[in-house]
Design a protein around this ligand. Structure first.
Ligand SMILES: *Cc1c(COP(=O)(O)O)cnc(C)c1O
Length: 436
């Protein structure tokens, strides 16, 4: 595969942008090889600057659930752009999108739009601290909640990829109230509450982890977290930036039976799919908690471009489509993803390659390890060098996987039988190459 133009564009980008990128994992450092520069995308395919086509298995890291250049979203963005890109004043579409979000996530009685998942999580944490008057936050190793200082502790994903525990530039004082515990370990959470009585504001987690590769919660884990947080007067925050609208219309909370009532999380954060590819995040939940936000309450939070009209329009087009085609969409995603994930697992088994496939709905990870992956420690036991070789071989055969062992792969509704066949053929050749 020739990538001369991409190579030249990378050289040019490096003149102006550190590493040539605006988000570190795009530089492909974790898998080696050179990142193709994308020129356009349509449906299931990315097209690079040299005209090479790739089946997209990372979907812009999650947002593109309905495939690229989804016509209703494109039309909505065009129409909104003609009425001006931003006003800094209220528009009807903010409540319109909020109503659609609430139909999918009934636990979000009130919500606020922001411009990224990072902002949604950062703001939800501030709100939880303000509401409870407590300083400590529990998060889990390998869970990523954006790049806000206080949450950049054992944060999986891009950070794990580089093998550093946090980040330079984050003072110890900023993270001294962040407790990072192992995932799927309720006893560790109990112990933290025992040793910090009435000091823990909230527990935030990915209800299905995507940022250490895909890891599902053990049976009873989410329920256990709900019980412990309630007992100790702390808030439970589901970070569904990745899982929201992906695992089900109502995300992991719908999938696992936490959508409403006693068991629902107090706050939820969303991003990615909710913006239909435009920069949007949203956080919301219990009305009494949300009303602590300015202008009603003492917790400050704001944004010049929050509730941006183009982003609202893309979100409304996306969610409207999801709501009206729900059953067909989620059963198709399940079927396509199962074919790809288990198809490749079978090929690896045939070649005697130790591969553990974790999948929940349309997100999955092939861990290059024969052992079960249930938390960040077991994910880290994977052979990342083998993953890198697999990634490069797949890319060469026109299949673009997420460029790190610690990132989930995502399937869109644009993938059909033809794309499944391309992926399986590419995987067969790539795995054969690896054992030679
Ligand atoms: C992507 C992600 C974020 C951060 O969202 P950005 O829009 O990249 O700031 C937060 N939480 C989870 C679970 C994510 O996957």
């Amino acid at each position: 595969m020739v990538r001369e133009r991409s190579k030249a564009l990378q050289v040019r980008a490096e003149k102006f942008l550190p590493g040539g990128v605006d988000s570190p994992v795009r530089a492909f450092r974790a898998v080696g090889g050179e990142p193709p520069f994308v020129e356009r995308a349509e449906g299931a395919y990315l097209v690079d600057a040299d005209g090479n086509r790739y089946v997209d298995l990372f979907g812009s890291w999650g947002p593109m659930l309905l495939g690229h250049a989804f016509p209703p979203a494109v039309a909505a963005i065009r129409e909104a752009a003609g009425r001006s890109a931003s006003f800094g004043a209220s528009t009807a579409d903010e409540a319109n999108l909020a109503e659609l979000v609430q139909r999918c996530f009934p636990s979000m009685e009130k919500m606020r739009f922001v411009s990224s998942g990072t902002e949604a999580c950062m703001s939800a944490i501030r709100l939880a601290r303000g509401f409870t008057g407590r300083p400590f936050v529990i998060k889990f190793e390998g869970c990523y909640h954006g790049h806000a200082d206080a949450l950049l502790v054992k944060a999986g994903s891009g950070v794990a990829t580089f093998g550093i525990p946090g980040s330079a530039g984050v003072p110890n004082e900023t993270v001294m109230h962040t407790l990072a515990l192992p995932y799927n370990d309720l006893a560790a959470v109990e112990a933290a509450f025992e040793s910090h009585p009435e000091l823990i504001a909230c527990v935030i987690l990915e209800p299905v982890v995507g940022n250490a590769g895909t890891i599902a919660p053990d049976a009873g884990y989410l329920k256990g977290l709900r019980e412990i947080t309630r007992k100790h007067g702390a808030l439970l925050i589901f970070d569904e930036v990745m899982t929201g609208f992906r695992l089900a219309l109502g995300g992991a909370q719908e999938l696992f039976g936490f959508a409403s009532g006693e068991d629902a999380p107090d706050l939820t954060t969303l991003g990615k799919i909710v913006g239909g590819g435009l920069p949007v995040g949203v956080f919301g939940g219990r009305a009494d908690v949300m009303n602590y936000l300015a202008p009603l309450g003492p917790v400050y939070q704001a944004g010049t471009l929050s509730g941006n009209p183009l982003a609202m329009a893309a979100g409304i087009a996306t969610l409207s489509y999801l709501l009206t085609h729900k059953d067909a969409i989620y059963s198709k995603l399940e079927e396509t993803t199962a074919s790809i994930a288990s198809g490749v697992a079978k090929l690896a088994a045939k070649q005697g390659i130790g591969l553990t496939t974790n999948r929940v709905g349309s997100m999955f990870t092939w861990f290059f390890t024969p052992d079960a992956v249930t938390d960040f420690a077991s994910a880290s036991a994977s052979d990342t060098e083998a993953f890198g070789r697999f990634h490069r071989a797949m890319l060469e055969r026109g299949v673009w996987l997420p460029p790190s062992q610690f990132e989930a792969a995502f399937v869109s509704t644009a993938l059909g039988e033809a794309e499944v066949a391309i992926v399986l053929e590419a995987a067969k050749e790539s795995l054969e190459l690896m054992i030679k």
